[in-house]
Design a protein around this ligand. Structure first.
Ligand code: TXA
Ligand code: MG
Length: 349
């Protein structure tokens, strides 16, 4: 398949590429587009055949449902019920990095919801995304625009690397501002439950209903018996090409431990990549050291995370060591992605 690639500068909503891409979507094609969380791989959510081709382009397991993206809050036709909690969340956090799980209407095809009676819906804040959906005139099903298993893409270059030749059109914009996929909240249960942590934090959700909690399968490092309620969270994900370990504990201990490990690796000619922070990057002297940003602003860390993970695929390293972060605020989402990238190989120091 020939893939047309266009970068839209300065969020220029008049760019004619947007109309061209919207027409492709309407006609059943596949279009990659930027959002504030990560780039999405979109198709007409109401067209089963188009949605099926998303699964093929990504190599995505068929039992993993897709999020439907909308350009405005008129979602009555997609759902059979909007709870008062869901309504409050829509009012407060849409457009933005928040997906709400609701009971689906009959119009949503089974392939989109992977056979579930529920559907995830999100109204992105990214203007290019919204203009595209608006112009297509249909809701857009879109998973992250990576090959299944790889880190989600936050740049045009990452999308091209994974999906060139597999989709009709790739629209580029700026690097995704949040850098992690949307927070997912199940609004069909009471109390409401966070199925995937993201940029809208637990603290922010609690301002709407203080009973909101995070699914235990996410916080407890997912042992074998536990199954997260967002089907996608059980799959190995975000994985770099080489093994990765997370070193967790007090920052001083982390640095000391990584340096000790590096000494051994150096003696055995094992090449190491280190995912560090501004505060620690100068404390290491072996391996390829990359900083995610400062610990004083975890939004920067989340912004850089996936791009940094991906960038190690172009480095000559045998394994990657990553520092842990405090699991509070957006730190919960950052640690969730890091643990998954490391296949839950966590060393406590
Ligand atoms: O930020 C995002 O949400 C990005 C951008 C493109 O909007 N999209 C994204 O989609 O991350 P994807 O397909 O990579 O992840 C969707 C997650 C999966 O873990 C899936 O299992 C879960 O959402 N999900 C979708 N529908 C669901 C449902 N009805 N019930 C429970 N989980 C659902
Ligand atoms: Mg994904």
């Amino acid at each position: 398949m020939k893939t047309k690639i266009v970068k839209i500068e300065n969020e220029n909503l008049l760019d004619k590429a947007l109309i061209e891409a919207a027409t492709i979507l309407k006609d059943g094609g596949l279009v990659v587009f930027p959002t504030e969380t990560v780039y999405g791989l979109g198709a007409n959510a109401l067209n089963s055949k188009a949605v099926q081709s998303i699964f093929e382009a990504k190599g995505r397991p068929q039992d993993n449902p897709l999020i439907i993206h909308v350009a405005n809050k008129n979602i009555d036709f997609l759902v059979s019920e909007i709870t008062s909690f869901a309504k409050k969340l829509m009012d407060k956090f849409w457009p933005g990095p928040l997906t709400l799980i609701m009971k689906k209407s009959d119009i949503v095809p089974n392939v989109t919801s992977a056979g579930l009676e529920t559907v995830g819906i999100r109204m992105p804040s990214n203007l290019i995304a919204r203009q595209l959906i608006e112009s297509a005139g249909v809701p857009i099903a879109a998973p992250s625009a990576n090959l299944s298993g790889k880190p989600s893409p936050t740049t045009l270059e990452s999308c091209v690397e994974d999906l060139k030749g597999r989709v009709d059109f790739i629209i580029g914009g700026e690097m995704s501002k949040v850098g992690l996929e949307s927070t997912i909240v199940d609004c069909t249960v009471d109390p409401p439950c966070v199925l995937r942590p993201g940029g809208i934090t637990l603290e922010m959700l609690k301002t709407v209903d203080e009973r909101v909690y995070i699914d235990s399968a996410i916080l407890n490092n997912m042992n074998q018996n536990e199954k997260p309620r967002a089907p996608g969270m059980k799959y190995r994900h975000y994985a770099p090409n080489v093994p990765m370990k997370i070193i967790s504990g007090d920052l001083d201990n982390i640095v000391e431990y990584i340096n000790k490990m590096c000494q051994e690796y150096r003696n055995n000619s094992i090449k190491v990549g280190i995912i560090a922070t501004e505060e620690t990057k100068n404390s290491y002297s072996y391996g390829i050291i990359k900083s995610l940003g400062t610990r004083k602003d975890l939004n920067t860390v989340s912004y850089n995370l996936f791009n940094t993970l991906r960038s190690f695929n172009n480095e000559d390293v045998d394994l990657i060591l990553g520092e842990s972060f405090l699991e509070e605020g957006i730190g919960i989402a950052i640690m969730n992605r890091l643990k998954k990238a490391a296949g839950y190989d966590i060393i406590k120091v």
